[in-house]
Ligand binder design. Structure first.
Ligand code: CP
Length: 360
């Protein structure tokens, strides 16, 4: 594959929608090339002495470790910053002390300081650290992007998880073949989960990306758990532009019918979070989760409706009958969740190489 000539050095990676398809192809091509080298035990030090700052407002296993491992392998270093060791940046003109006595710092100051010291800044923020206000976490990331000259990478916010989506696309291409995606039925489905706070980021980013790569995407959710209408509109336009299908259904059984790939995952209801409501209405969201408990679970019966589909999940999954997935499905031979997790390493290597190190 010959990657088209584009200018990616220094470009923010917040939503794949802000990247041309040829630019995403370039990242995938770099990721594939470096993965092949990695499999033979070779890795060029293309980020020699470069620093990636990683600002984590939320916990992580895959994201933190894949970025850290990448920076080590590419010859640079990843700095881990979290609330226990740093003054976490907040939006606004004033720094504040939280009721628990923790110091905060203005985004403006943190952004300008880190911009002088490093070569890229990756940020994870969703849920409580952003007050459960839908869009606020993405807003903070975009404020960093406005203030910094170095590239900003979204490591999962309340709207997008672009690194996960790229790893998922890489995984699908490996299992189905990069030229065999056209006409394959991909289902992004809501699933029952115990937590009322899971962001919509994966559902949004995966839907946006798969509709650009030829897959026929079915988005499934109970009406109360609808996704952001702006994302649905973008997905519809992506599908029209790329000659694929995009449909929305409100029944998990119907969605799974004839599917080649299923991706069932829980997310919260943005109808019961600010700015739609004055305060986050946790009781209402919990009530809705109970209403659907056990009916939007990915179990062996649901998988029988598919075309022997691959099972995908970004992890961590709620593995329990009545929740996101049963053990027999996630541990089955059709489950490709560990491949997805490994590809976080490889896909992000493509992103880091292109935005921090390359001449692309
Ligand atoms: N999928 C994912 O982002 O995993 P972590 O929360 O462990 O980073």
């Amino acid at each position: 594959m010959v990657a088209p000539k584009t200018k990616l050095f220094g470009k923010d990676f917040i939503s794949t929608q802000e990247w041309e398809k040829g630019e995403l192809d370039t990242i995938l091509a770099i990721a594939d090339q470096l993965k092949t080298m990695w499999s033979y035990g070779y890795m060029p030090r293309i980020l020699d002495r470069k620093t990636l700052f990683m600002l984590f407002y939320n916990a992580s296993l895959r994201t933190r470790n894949s970025f850290e491992a990448n920076m080590t392998e590419l010859g640079g270093h990843a700095h881990f910053l979290d609330a226990s060791t740093s003054y976490m940046p907040v939006l606004g003109n004033e720094s504040v002390i939280t009721p628990e006595g923790k110091s905060r710092e203005r985004v403006k100051d943190a952004a300008e300081v880190l911009d002088r010291m490093g070569h890229a800044l990756a940020i994870r923020i969703f849920g409580a650290p952003a007050g459960h206000v839908y869009g606020a976490a993405n807003g903070l990331i975009r404020e960093f992007a406005n203030l910094c000259t170095i590239p900003i990478i979204d490591m999962d916010c309340d709207m997008y998880h672009p690194c996960q989506a790229m790893a998922d696309l890489m995984t699908i291409r490996e299992h189905i073949g990069p030229y065999n995606l056209k006409g394959k039925k991909f289902v992004m489905s809501w699933a029952d989960a115990p937590s009322p706070w899971k962001p919509l980021a994966v559902a949004h980013s995966v839907t946006l990306l798969m509709t650009r790569y030829g897959l026929d995407v079915t988005l499934a959710y109970p009406k109360e758990f609808h996704v952001d209408p702006k994302i649905e509109q973008q997905a519809k336009e992506n599908a029209e532009k790329n000659g694929s299908e995009f449909e929305i259904v409100h029944d998990m059984d119907e969605a799974f019918e004839g599917a080649d790939i299923v991706y069932p995952k829980g997310w919260t209801s943005i109808d019961y979070l600010p700015p739609k409501t004055k305060e986050p209405n946790i009781n209402k969201i919990k009530e809705l989760l109970e209403k659907y408990r056990g009916t939007w679970t990915c179990d062996a019966e649901k998988m029988k409706k598919t075309n022997n589909a691959y099972y995908m999940h970004c992890l961590p999954a709620d593995v329990k009958p009545g929740y996101e997935v049963t053990p027999e499905v996630i541990d089955s031979p059709r489950s490709i969740v560990i491949d997805e997790a490994e590809n976080r390493l490889h896909a992000q290597r493509g992103i880091l190489a292109a935005t921090m190190g390359g001449r692309y």
